[in-house]
Design a protein around this ligand. Structure first.
Ligand code: AMP
Length: 481
């Protein structure tokens, strides 16, 4: 199918040609004609399927008629994160080169006054995160009665981040006569309910269930010991041995590990950057930009920071940990093999990961291939049980001795003074490459950019994760020679 059969305007078709796209993707072929017919659309599609263009291209066509009025945006696109909002803005820049449209971005971490100025000028396309949008609305700087098209993107991600009440509120502030385009990778019951409440007879376009992984990704497993230094050594081995490695994203389950793996690779002189939810907006954007441009080859990231990002041409994904949530696996490896390209995803697996690995294999309905020796989970499990038994037996002997020790000493026995506690340093010594100082963000958030009332933080990583004291220590000053 060709783009020019979809009903897009000449200007938009010229931009599509300039972008080098030969044919519409499935979600584009399904959604574009419906949007142009002014129907509500329910698109079930993940990032990487060409979803963004499936709403930006027809919106640009529809926006060619009419003009924007001050403080009354004509269209509104809601995104869960600042990065995704910025990505959609980039799409409007790319596909809207032949249009003179005002596009404004309302995201947290940026001063209100600049955003106010843009709103005053009149915006054709307003792209916002829910919290910041409501802040502007409450300050009386924004009127939503003029919104003709509302896009709710990444709805399931909005749900994960606790944005659904905000979305419901925003939907009620926009005239009922609007057109609504709703996108989600999955359809949990809460999202289903939302679509029933806010969409009118939508055209449903479903392209690929989340449980499916692209056939273009070679998915491999690699056995590793569970100690951090084992895992880092295996990771380096994979990085060295990976074929055609152009660039890579390494996903860790815990923020602590994002930092440690990043520092370790830096010490081993890899060209590496990091992306996690604690970084301020400017640092995150700079990091992503450097990765996109190829100035940084390896990005160590958390799920929260990286989900939904469109980073074209990632050749490899490494899962430093097996993700606890099986769907995260699908999202992670979906960062590679985008838009018809090939990619490779390696997952490091320890003996303790059986449950999580099985959940992934069940979800994607596929047995993954091991590189090198596979883990024999059955034997590992038996050994673990036996170890636990021996441990318990030893403990019960110890505790009966302890009970003895708790008895008051016989009056005739003299108690010897307590021995000084021996400090066990060995694990730290073995873990030398984790001793570099923790990088402090270079651009601390200016006080004017503090989070406002409606802006929600990204969910914290693994709450309660303990950071070992040695990671928190100031680096020791180098000795003068
Ligand atoms: P998205 O799903 O919107 O994140 O898009 C994923 C990637 O596919 C982006 O890098 C787009 O530039 C690219 N893309 C979108 N539409 C097409 C198309 N029709 N042909 C080839 N690449 C496309």
């Amino acid at each position: 199918m060709a783009f020019d059969t979809l009903g897009l305007s000449e200007k938009v078709l010229a931009a599509v040609e300039a972008a080098g796209y030969k044919e519409p993707t499935a979600i584009q072929a399904g959604a574009i004609p419906q949007v142009l017919e002014r129907r509500d659309v329910l698109g079930i599609a993940q990032t990487g399927t060409g979803k963004t263009a499936s709403f930006t291209l027809p919106m640009l066509t529809l926006l060619e008629k009419g003009r924007a009025r001050a403080r009354m945006p004509r269209t509104l696109i809601l995104e869960p994160t600042r990065e995704l909002a910025a990505q959609v803005e980039e799409n409007f820049e790319k596909y809207g080169t032949n249009h003179k449209l005002n596009v404004a971005l309302l995201i947290g971490g940026v001063s209100f006054s600049e955003q106010d100025k843009k709103l005053d000028r009149g915006t054709d396309v307003l792209i916002a995160t829910p919290g910041r949008l409501l802040d502007h609305f409450e300050r009386g700087k924004l009127l939503l009665q003029g919104v003709e098209i509302l896009v709710i993107d990444e709805a399931d991600r909005m749900l994960d981040m606790g944005f659904i009440p905000d979305i419901e509120r925003i939907c009620k502030l926009i005239p009922f006569t609007r057109q609504t385009l709703f996108f989600s990778a999955t359809m949990p019951p809460e999202i289903q309910r939302l679509t029933e409440a806010f969409l009118q007879n939508p055209a449903r376009i479903e392209v690929a269930p989340t449980s499916s992984t692209s056939d273009n990704v070679t998915q491999l497993l690699k056995a590793t010991g569970s100690k951090d230094f084992d895992k880092r050594a295996v990771l380096r081995e994979l990085l060295e041995g990976a074929e055609d490695l152009q660039n890579a994203i390494i996903f860790c389950n815990r923020k602590r590990d994002v930092t440690t793996v990043f520092r370790s690779l830096e010490r081993h002189e890899y060209n590496v950057g990091t992306l996690h939810g604690d970084m301020d907006q400017r640092t995150r954007m700079t990091m992503l930009d450097n990765f996109r441009k190829g100035n940084i080859k390896i990005l160590v990231a958390s799920d929260v920071a990286a989900r939904g990002l469109d980073i074209p041409e990632v050749s490899h994904v490494f899962n430093y940990d097996v993700p606890i949530n099986a769907e995260d696996y699908v999202h992670r490896i979906g960062r590679t093999a985008r838009a018809g390209r090939k990619g490779t995803a390696y997952t490091l697996v320890t003996e303790d990961d059986h449950k999580y690995l099985s959940a992934i294999e069940t979800l994607i309905n596929k047995s993954l291939t091991w590189v090198g020796e596979p883990i024999d989970f059955e034997t590992a499990n038996k050994e673990r049980k036996a170890r636990r038994k021996t441990g318990k037996a030893a403990k019960s002997v110890k505790s009966s001795n302890d009970n003895e020790a708790e008895k008051p000493p016989a009056p005739s026995r003299r108690r010897s003074p307590p021995k000084p506690r021996q400090v066990v340093e060995s694990s730290v010594e073995e873990d030398q490459d984790a001793l570099a100082p923790i990088p402090v963000p270079k651009n601390p958030e200016p006080s004017g950019n503090r989070k406002s009332r409606n802006e929600k933080q990204e969910p914290a990583f693994s709450p309660g994760v303990h950071i070992p004291a040695f990671l928190l220590r100031e680096p020791r000053p180098k000795k003068a020679s």
